[in-house]
Design a protein around this ligand. Structure first.
Ligand SMILES: [Zn+2]
Length: 242
């Protein structure tokens, strides 16, 4: 499959909504980039589709997991300067589908927050990394968010019961998909990304060398993009939607 090159990101972006399947997705894939946007004065909001209730690695009682992971995500968001954090109700980790109900709920969030840009999980499976990035919940959240960006949120005749004015999101960024070619140098915000990931205690505290693991991955992304030695980077696919 040939894959199109990323578009040049829009320069007049004022608001970005990040729509992700699970708490920690935005931090693993994008927290360094988000911190840079916040530094640049962009207003960033998070919309988490689930509370990651099937995640974790220890014997934490399962019924405590949703509230625990919500709190962890809020703490991680605060580290990178994001205070607008919403969670959808009624969707569960591990069994997410790109349903009309999910499209409707994401559309409502878009029409309220009115972002110029949406960042989301890629709806495309990576055959070389089926575990991790291509979790079916990620594919489902990415597909539903894409449908919400086009056509749902901008079509005034869709989901009229929401009683919210239509809104056109002009650009979409995908994380975790195949052949990401828009590379963001996050060397300057890396420490905040690491701290945000450490806030997801239930997900990362068992990793012996989170710092080393992250640096290795992010340095490989930077080096593949021709950034100078020592640089760290996150990579995306970026498309205009208008
Ligand atoms: Zn995830």
């Amino acid at each position: 499959m040939s894959f199109p090159r990323s578009a040049t990101p829009l320069q007049d972006v004022q608001r970005v909504l990040c729509v992700l399947a699970h708490p920690d997705d935005v931090d693993f894939g994008s927290a360094g980039t988000v911190a840079g946007w916040v530094d640049a004065g962009i207003e960033v909001g998070y919309l988490l589709v689930t509370r990651g209730d099937a995640g974790g690695f220890d014997d934490t009682p399962r019924e405590l997991m949703p509230a625990l992971r919500e709190a962890e995500q809020r703490a991680a968001a605060a580290v990178v300067g994001v205070n607008h954090v919403e969670f959808l109700d009624g969707y569960h980790d591990g069994i997410l589908t790109p349903s009309i109900e999910l499209r409707r709920d994401i559309t409502a969030a878009i029409r309220r927050f009115r972002p110029d840009r949406v960042l989301t999980n890629s709806p495309l499976r990576r055959w070389d990394r089926i575990a991790g990035p291509s979790h079916p919940d990620h594919l489902a959240a990415g597909e539903a968010a894409t449908c919400a960006v086009y056509p749902d949120a901008r079509n005034p005749f869709t989901f009229t019961d929401l009683d919210l004015p239509a809104w056109t999101v002009r650009e979409i960024w995908y994380s975790g998909g195949p052949d990401p070619d828009h590379v963001v140098d996050i060397t300057g915000t890396y420490e905040r990304k690491l701290k945000a990931l450490r806030a997801h205690v239930s997900q990362t505290s068992h990793l012996e060398d989170l710092d080393g693991l992250l640096r290795q991955r992010l340095a490989a992304t930077a080096s593949a993009a021709g950034l100078p030695e020592g640089a760290l980077a996150e990579a995306f696919s970026v498309f205009h939607t208008a």
